[in-house]
Design a protein around this ligand. Sequence first.
Ligand code: HEM
Length: 455
Amino acid sequence: MFVQSMLRGNNIRDVAAIHKKYGDVVRIAPNELSYAKTQAWDDIFGYRPGHREFPRNPVWWTSPPGQPSSFTTANDVDHPRMRKVLSHAFSDKALRDMEPTLQKYTRLLISRLRETISRDGEDKNVVNIVDWYRFTMFDIIGDLLFNEPFDCLSNGQFHWWIQGVSNAFKINAFLGCIRFFPGLESLLYKFMPQSLLDIQRRHYQAVIDKTQKRIAEGTERPDIMSYLIRNNDSQGMTMSEIESSMNVLSIGGSHNTASTLSGITNYLTKNSTCLQRLNAEIRSTYKTDEDITLANLSGLPYLNAVINEGLRMAPPFPAGLPRCVPEGGDTICGEFIPGGVNSWALQRVSSAFALPDDFIPERWLDAKDLDPESAEIFANDEHEAVQQFSVGPRACLGKQFAYAEMRLVLASIVLNFDIEKVNSPRGRVQWENQKTYMVVEEEPFDVRLIPYNAV
Ligand code: HEM
């Protein structure tokens, strides 16, 4: 049942239904528990004195054959060594250094959208916003890792390297399911058509080539790679670990932000009061694109509330991050668990959130900024239940970077366009009903953009 539900992309909704019926800790497969309890974040993922780290479940986290381990698949001995090198690229100073690149591609997004909607045609103002967010995020990460964008924004289409990424998530989920049946995986690889294996090799070889080219260029330019090279030494990351990590980072550093922004836009088109309040905050703060900086964006309460609500309602990793209990077992939420457990996020549970299925950014505002009735309704919301960036030794290093990108792009879109709902099947996408294979498989989502000129 579990594998069947996973292969259909329905796992999230099926597990949520089991939680609704049986409570906040449920068995979802012979050897799998699912938690919908805030305390489980700290117990399973956090640092707990006297407890061992819960290892990633290898069913879901294994490098493809022939690819060395990256920071995501590294074991608990190698991971801290890699994290130490990588962390320099995600400091506040590094983010400030990289702001011009974020600004450059956000401006390019706006000008390309303006060009696109000025073409002729009946539906000229309608754009598939999912693609445009992806173009932007892949161009930014390509520039910061390899000093060359994927040129998606300029060309208005995906680079061949990116076209394979969505399929890679699906294949990974499929392989995870296969690993529940010992022996099947090696058999599968044995009979896999050579052409498929060649595509996988070509994809990975392109990252090796880009990484080596970028490293040969030196370290002057302040981007992710230069921080990494400058802080690496013989105790740090090997060349093959860097290459493998660049592969993961090109995908993880772009897909998640693009997916969250798409989900946020989807919910905003269905919640016009929220959209109007966001428009008012952005347009009363900024007059031109040049006024927008990463520093002043971080202080906008409603923009940040919208992003947090987007991470709750449209999480890019809705399936959670499967973990195993360390050998010998451990306690989770006060109970001893002997082994073989994974955990799921709990972002729509009524025990953690009032009106859990509604998109209400106000729940993230300070009580003093709410009317007394709303303050009372949301007083017991458990904000710490939403940990889309995870917690503990493997938590996202790019969290501040991701917030910066999402604030900048969302504020710039709102400053430049009125976003309107499109009355067509592609305009009515229900974000929460999309298929999920570890990550959300985003459908095309159309919005109508009407240029807004403040001055
Ligand atoms: C909304 C956007 C994002 C979300 C929700 C997100 C979420 C996550 C999560 C959950 C993990 C931990 C995975 C695990 O423990 O199994 C992670 C790891 C990581 N993320 Fe993100 N991420 C986002 C954006 C980014 C961006 C933009 C970057 C870089 C540009 C980035 C860089 C990293 C790195 C380097 C790690 C590895 C940390 C480690 O293993 O020590 N992330 N991310």
